[in-house]
Write a protein that binds this ligand. Structure first.
Ligand SMILES: Cc1ncc(COP(=O)(O)O)c(C=O)c1O
Length: 446
């Protein structure tokens, strides 16, 4: 792990890795999809080493989780120090200063001047479940609006809001009732065949005039759940005005604006919470992934006057456990002290610009979009017809992997770049050189 240049890889997985792939198939749930045959030994910063000694530049960061890079010394120390003092106590039953202090800090970081209260969990889905339950409990309304392309998690409530792939629902029904999906602001493939800004946000008009105007009584809608930038759906950034119009619609009808920041939040887009790019103040925010630099922790943050549920109404044995809370505190310290939001904004802007340049010479890049270090590249077979290059997207991802770059797909035909927030410009340039080579390799076959 002493070089920041990926090795050229002769064979992946090597013999040691192969043994684990075989064992995996025998003992691990087949529901886990596995992006490629990477069998991990250790990781440090932006580099990952596999069991056979190959080194990879990590632009996946454990699905946008390792915000401070792998095993940041300050995060490791905070975990070690806390583990020596107290590993578990249950912040639901007793008063844990770790839980209380972290709640105070996260609440004060959230947008809006109103006081906030925080519920800590272990995963993104748990934060979303808490938000679903709180929305219904507070408003006494049953319905929820969510978006096509959304990913909110895989537990029964969260998966009912998820609408990015049929496999998430197949065989699990009946799902949570009273969930209505509507089109997201996916301008590259506008559901209404219009162009921004001439469209005047027809997709919001649709919610207002069709969904609420002709079908769903607005006074029976508890919440609209929205990702500020759609993550698993394809790293889709809505245009200016869209979130603001959604907020207005919520205000008009007493509907809660629930901002799912599980993937986009905690500095990744260059702001602590991505919704700040649009100056919108949500009623409820869900956060996870980047918050603990890899330790399992999530937060559901709500305005104090919305956290109206009764004692015992919701809880979790492990949620906000002391060690994960210490990791989250250290993560927030590192983000602040090492100016990682500024780094995400500046390195991300250069990466996006470079990708736009690469796109002009590429047959397959249909769209480049993103904010900060949350960048998506949509691949198409033909730039005019926009036919989705689904298989080719897998091939590009594999070709990157074989050259020592870890990336993940998102949506059916996009590649996402979500490296640690302390990635250097040099590593970002290396990653794009590898990506360009990998893309050219696949394009040759088109
Ligand atoms: C926006 C969003 N919400 C919720 C989740 C679910 O998080 P978890 O996998 O930690 O349950 C994810 C996971 O990718 C996500 O991207």
């Amino acid at each position: 792990m002493n070089s920041n240049k990926p090795n050229l890889i002769a064979e992946i997985p090597g013999p040691k890795g192969k043994a684990y792939l075989e064992k995996n198939d025998r003992v691990v749930s087949p529901s886990l999809p596995h992006a490629y045959p990477l069998v991990i030994k250790k990781a440090q910063g932006c580099l990952v080493e596999d069991l056979d000694g190959n080194t990879y530049l990590d632009f996946a960061a454990g699905i946008a989780v390792c915000s401070t890079g792998h095993c940041h010394p300050a995060v490791v120390k905070a975990i070690q120090d806390q583990a020596e003092k107290l590993i578990h106590i249950c912040g639901a039953d007793f008063y844990d200063p770790n839980y209380i202090n972290l709640s105070e800090r996260i609440g004060s970081l959230a947008p809006g001047s109103e006081p906030k209260q925080v519920f800590l969990g272990n995963s993104g889905a748990e934060a979303v479940e808490a938000a679903i339950k709180l929305s219904r409990n507070h408003t006494k309304r049953p319905n929820i609006i969510a978006f096509f392309g959304a990913f909110h998690g895989r537990t029964m409530g969260a998966v009912s809001l998820t609408a990015s792939k049929p496999v998430y629902h197949k065989g699990f029904g009946p799902l949570l009732p009273a969930v209505t999906h509507v089109p997201y602001a996916y301008c590259y493939r506008c559901e209404f065949n219009q162009s921004y800004p001439d469209c005047n946000l027809a997709c919001i008009d649709y919610i207002e005039n069709k969904v609420l105007g002709q079908n769903l009584p607005a006074e029976e809608v508890a919440a609209i759940f929205v990702e500020p930038v759609q993550g698993e759906g394809g790293y889709i950034v809505p245009p200016d005005g869209w979130h603001q119009r959604l907020r207005e619609l919520c205000d008009q009808h007493g509907i809660l604006f629930v901002d799912d920041e599980v993937q986009a939040g905690i500095g990744r887009t260059g702001k602590m919470f991505a919704i700040e790019h649009w100056d919108v103040v949500p009623d409820i925010i869900t956060s996870a992934k980047a918050l603990g630099s890899g330790m399992p922790i999530s937060a559901m943050i709500a305005k104090e006057d919305i956290m109206t549920w009764d004692p015992g109404a919701h809880g979790s044995t492990y949620g906000g456990n002391p060690v994960a809370s210490a990791a989250a505190q250290a993560t927030l310290d590192v983000i602040e002290q090492e100016n990682l939001m500024e780094n995400a904004a500046s390195v991300g802007a250069v990466m996006k610009e470079n990708l736009e340049d690469i796109a002009t010479n590429s047959k397959m890049i249909g769209d480049v979009r993103g904010l900060g270090l949350m960048i998506g590249v949509e691949l198409v077979k033909d730039k005019t017809t926009k036919e989705k290059a689904k298989h080719e997207t897998e091939e590009v991802m594999m070709a990157c992997f074989e050259r020592g770059l870890m990336v993940l797909p998102c949506g059916p035909n996009s590649i996402r770049f979500s490296p640690p927030l302390n990635i250097t410009q040099q590593d970002a340039d290396t990653a794009l050189n590898i990506f360009t080579e990998a893309l050219a390799d696949v394009e040759k076959k088109l």
